[in-house]
Design a binder for this molecule. Structure first.
Ligand code: ZN
Length: 745
């Protein structure tokens, strides 16, 4: 018997390999003769029988049997489906494709893209870092878990952590895989090891030896997925060596290139990943894990989602959420469809109109306002989903037409008999987050506080993303209908809250998703705070009083000053002069640091004003600040690192043709052999903006050198725009490149 913590799991041929971190710090490798299974449904039972006998299928499946499962989330009865146990867990997609190749229309496929380690965890009720005892008998493992997902004080073993990097002997302006290896650095605890040998083969050999001796659990890299490891693999191949860095005695494998995909209407890029079987590789460029302290967030997520640490560190929150739903489905004997199904019912014009309004209900009153109170509902969307049982199968269910859980605005009803998968999967993360927030208050500082804070922070995103995921194309158990239902209930809740405020003489200025801004001239802080309780009573959801703004500006659309836009505002709270802002330059990740800093400083000057009149009187000071920044730009004193624009590319390099500032940077990278893919981030500085025919309008960050000079004229224009974003609401506007003083507008 082995006892310790479940550390890593991955499939290998017809086995599942498990690594246990024992309490004495040793790592133990175990094997379980287990493979992943996929399921096939068809209308004709004969079709399934002959499928099971098909030679091509037998090649992939070592075993087949008929079992009872719920095929669709809305089904009330189980049906007989064909279960195929794979000969090799990693061939699920190949088997899926083979079945579709036999008859695409006849068969419906399930659980094909559930990753084998996850399926193994669901089946055995396991999760990463679970404290457990394992007994081996005849090639099979028996598990006893002495741990609980509800636990907030679970133990985590001490892991040995190293940081790995490789330096090139660079032959061109950008590092290439054809460069010879210069040196390898390994950092751990307080030690640095540098491997530098005349012969590459020797250096790589030393690396393999050092890793075997150090035997780390976690290997951190900066861009190990796309750069450090692929480069080292390439160098090993050239030297005809095998690069064994995993605990499993097999060489590190290069994966196929990264992929570009769409998510929430945005082009995203996912790099390929490098696995170190039996160790965990964290790539800080490809993960939310950026340092050791963020590891506690990862542990918590990996446990709740039942996904290996390697996978969780690179997963989107949507994938984490899916895994929790898959586990619920597994427990209910419900199958997970391979390809998304769309069973939306036809909608009338009225329904579409009502449904399309999303979370917006009260457009902001554009302009600056004084003495405004803000109220925020806590995690409103996920709370609605949980409380009202919103899930793909519960909206307009056919088992309870007389349900009292009704969405008035839409005339929809929600199931009262079955717990929806989406709402059920949210219970654990929502509950645990609430627990950590409470614990945080009990330990207001120190290591415990940090741990709870990191864990609740990681769980927060599950709630935030859960709503968007309901209507997302990759979501297996949410439907657009349930998305619409959440929006409608949200509007109901905000309306109720507004009514409470209005009954007490407050004006509503703006309301969106889960926030409400109300105003009553002369109302005291206490009078504002007193709104909390009646709002909670009327709505049934927790709300917090965020405070009173001395002044707040709701901004119009950039293109049309008459059109209000939601979520573009800035204001200053009474207490402590704290600035809160959304949708302006300081907030945006694509804005050069200089502009963010300038705007923040300008707002800090304005924060000294207690009302609109006082802020207006401070405008000359903002003007002085602007002059100071302008002069720095003019004199070339600003560091290039403060002037970098960051853009998320919407397509691949080769597809860009129009000459813009952005494409000029892309072309230069292409000339140096670096192709960009849609979804990747491009960073550049503006160097000669107005030379329309020049390819040197901008310079990509990778190609910056001593001779690079920024275009001060263009940066000054943009500085003025940044200034105007915050001063125009107070009646002051700068004209770029001219005017000795600010003008009134
Ligand atoms: Zn029902």
């Amino acid at each position: 018997m082995v006892s310790g913590y479940l550390f890593d799991a991955y499939p290998k041929n017809d086995k599942m390999v498990i690594w246990i971190k024992a309490e004495n710090g040793k790592t133990i490798r175990l094997e379980d003769s287990w493979t992943h299974s996929i399921y096939v449904a068809a209308d004709g039972k004969e079709d399934l029988k002959s499928l099971a006998q098909n030679e091509a299928i037998k090649h992939y499946a070592k075993n087949s049997e008929f079992v009872l499962r719920y095929e669709k989330i809305t089904d009330h009865d189980m049906r007989r489906v064909l279960k195929l146990d794979l000969a090799d867990s990693q061939k699920a997609i190949a088997l899926g494709n083979a079945i579709e190749g036999i008859n695409y229309d006849a068969f419906r496929l399930y659980n094909v893209d559930v990753l084998p380690p996850q399926a193994y965890f669901y089946e055995h009720d396991l999760f990463p870092l679970a404290k457990c005892k394992v007994t081996e008998s005849k090639g099979s493992l028996k598990w006893q878990v002495d741990d609980d997902l509800q636990a907030t004080d679970y133990e985590v073993p001490d892991f040995k952590i190293i940081h790995l990097d490789a330096k090139h002997r660079q032959e061109a302006r950008l590092p290439r895989f054809t460069d010879k290896l210069d040196s390898i650095s390994i950092k751990f605890a307080n030690q640095d090891i540098e491997i530098r040998n005349e012969s590459e083969a020797e250096a790589l050999d030393n690396l393999v030896r050092e890793i075997a001796v150090l035997d780390p659990d976690f290997v951190f890299t900066a861009d190990g997925d796309e750069s450090v490891f692929p480069y080292l693999i390439e160098r090993s191949m050239i030297n005809q060596m095998q690069l064994v860095l995993s605990r499993e005695s097999m060489p590190v494998e290069s994966q196929k290139g990264g992929i570009t995909y769409f998510s929430y209407g945005k082009v995203m890029y996912r790099p390929s990943t490098i696995m170190l079987h039996g160790r965990v590789h964290f790539d800080t460029h490809n993960s939310f894990i950026f340092d050791h302290s963020s590891l506690h967030g990862l542990y918590e997520l990996a446990r709740l989602c039942r996904m290996p640490l390697h996978t969780t560190s690179r997963a989107t929150i949507g994938r984490c959420l899916s895994s929790m739903q898959f586990y619920c489905a597994f427990k209910k004997k419900l199958l997970v469809p391979w390809k998304p199904v769309n069973t939306e019912k036809w909608k009338s014009y009225h329904e579409l109109f009502v449904a399309d309004r999303g979370g917006l209900i009260f457009e902001p009153v554009v302009g600056v306002h004084e003495n405004v109170g803000e109220f925020d509902f806590a995690a409103l969307y996920p709370s609605i989903m949980r409380k009202r049982n919103v899930s793909g199968e519960t909206v307009n269910c056919d088992c309870c037409p007389g349900s009292k859980n009704i969405v008035k605005e839409l005339g929809y009803h929600i199931c009262e008999r079955k717990r929806g998968i989406v709402s059920e999967a949210l219970e654990l993360p929502l509950d645990k987050r609430a627990k950590y927030k409470k614990l945080k208050k009990m330990f207001p500082k120190g290591l415990k506080f940090q741990t709870y804070e990191t864990r609740q922070g990681a769980l927060k995103w599950i709630g935030v993303v859960s709503f968007g995921y309901l209507g997302h194309a990759n979501s297996k158990f949410g439907l657009i209908d349930s998305h619409i239902v959440v929006c409608a209930i949200d509007r109901e809740v905000l309306l109720l809250a507004r009514n409470v405020a209005e009954d007490r003489g407050f004006n509503n200025l703006h309301g969106i998703v889960d926030s409400l801004w109300v105003q009553r001239m002369g109302a005291s802080k206490e009078e504002y705070a007193n709104l909390k309780e009646p709002i909670e009573q009327a709505t049934g959801y927790d709300i917090s009083f965020e405070g009173i703004y001395k002044w707040i500006a709701f901004l119009p659309s950039k293109n049309n000053p008459l059109v209000p836009v939601v979520n573009r505002y800035f204001g200053c709270f009474e207490d402590g002069n704290i600035i809160k802002d959304r949708g302006i330059e300081t907030r945006r990740h694509d804005t050069p640091a200089l502009f963010s800093r300038f705007q923040m400083e300008a707002l800090q000057i304005m924060a000294k004003g207690n009302n609109i009149k006082e802020v207006k009187a401070l405008m000359p000071k903002v003007w002085d600040l602007y002059q100071k920044y302008k002069q720095m730009l003019q004199e070339g004193r600003v560091a290039l690192v403060d002037l970098i624009f960051t853009k998320n590319l919407s397509k691949d390099s080769a597809q860009y043709s129009v000459n813009t500032a952005e494409t000029s940077a892309i072309y230069q990278l292409m000339e140096e052999g670096k192709m960009m893919q849609g979804g990747q981030t491009l960073q550049y500085v503006i160097t000669d903006y107005y030379r329309k025919n020049s390819r040197k309008r901008t310079t990509p960050v990778d190609l910056i050198n001593d001779k690079t000079i920024y275009d001060s004229r263009r940066y000054i224009e943009l500085l003025a725009e940044t200034c105007n974003s915050v001063t125009v609401p107070f009646g002051c506007k700068l004209k770029p490149n001219d005017g000795e003083a600010m003008q009134l507008v």
